[in-house]
Design a protein around this ligand. Structure first.
Ligand SMILES: Nc1nc2c(c(=O)[nH]1)N(C=O)[C@@H](CNc1ccc(C(=O)N[C@@H](CCC(=O)O)C(=O)O)cc1)CN2
Ligand SMILES: Nc1ncnc2c1ncn2[C@@H]1O[C@H](COP(=O)(O)OP(=O)(O)OP(=O)(O)O)[C@@H](O)[C@H]1O
Length: 218
């Protein structure tokens, strides 16, 4: 910056007043800025590339789930706001007779996974997201074998940035959910080296992108 503005207020720092060295940025502000940044990044993926990437992600997921002896439910999600659309995977799993569950927001702080037999069982729910209706059976977390988790961004260590409701964190922190295999799902554009992490943030075991499944290093 020229001419130089007022000096940085930090003692011993000779930079100008827009210097960010040594400033304690609150973690929430940081997350909000990152949410906006990754919403924009995800929206910038062109339709053709997105279709190819989603096809690859669904194919990797299907191969993975076919190879697993799954006794229990696969927790999916109904994509919104440009999340990776797993509908073809959901259709294939349901056709193959797998037990499939989708999240339903139960209140300001709680989410449950509920059993569905068909994608037609999903109706507009909280936040306008398609969700199982009120009569759908709640699957106890202990019966959920694996959950595919959407996010705005994921870090290499499995830290996830969601929309800020804390629903997945609260769900996955429940002691009955401790054995659920947690797989974050995103496009490679949403991968980041590090993300801010709160003590309540529950990390993913693996990340699934169009490149395949990668374990998270904790
Ligand atoms: N597909 C999907 N289903 C899901 C979630 C999710 O992240 N994705 N959830 C995960 O927790 C739960 C719903 N949680 C949500 C929490 C906050 C907002 C929210 O505040 N949305 C903003 C806009 C977000 C954006 O445009 O990026 C809003 O409505 O103003 C939405 C959903 C359950 N179902
Ligand atoms: N286990 C928990 N117990 C109590 N509060 C929690 C817990 N997990 C998250 N929260 C609350 O939820 C809020 C949002 O958390 P965070 O910013 O990590 O959301 P997110 O993971 O991005 O959102 P989402 O899971 O809905 O996509 C936090 O400010 C925190 O108060």
């Amino acid at each position: 910056m020229w001419p130089p503005g007022p000096p940085c207020s930090r003692r011993g720092c000779f930079n100008s007043s827009d210097c960010t060295r040594g400033r304690q940025i609150p973690i929430e502000t940081d997350k909000q800025a990152l949410r906006q940044q990754y919403r924009v990044k995800r929206a910038a993926i062109l339709p053709d590339a997105r279709r190819r990437q989603e096809e690859a992600i669904c194919a990797h997921a299907q191969a993975l789930l076919r190879a697993l002896p799954i006794n229990g439910f696969v927790g999916l999600y109904a994509a919104v706001h440009g999340e990776v659309d797993l509908a073809p995977l959901a259709e294939a799993l349901l056709r193959g007779g797998a037990s499939v569950a989708f999240p339903r927001v139960e209140g300001p702080a709680q989410m449950e996974f509920c059993a569905v037999q068909s994608l037609a069982d999903l109706h507009s729910g909280a936040y306008g997201i398609p969700a199982p209706g009120p009569r759908a059976r709640v699957v106890p977390p202990g019966e959920v074998a694996v959950v595919l988790v959407p996010g705005l961004a994921f870090a290499e260590d499995g830290t996830r940035l969601g929309y800020g409701g804390g629903f997945y964190d609260r769900y996955l922190k429940r002691p009955e959910a401790s054995s659920v295999r947690r797989i974050g799902v995103c496009f490679v554009e949403q991968l980041v080296a590090v993300l801010p992490r709160h003590p309540h943030d529950v990390r993913m075991h693996e990340l699934l992108t169009e490149r395949g499944l990668a374990p998270c290093r904790w």
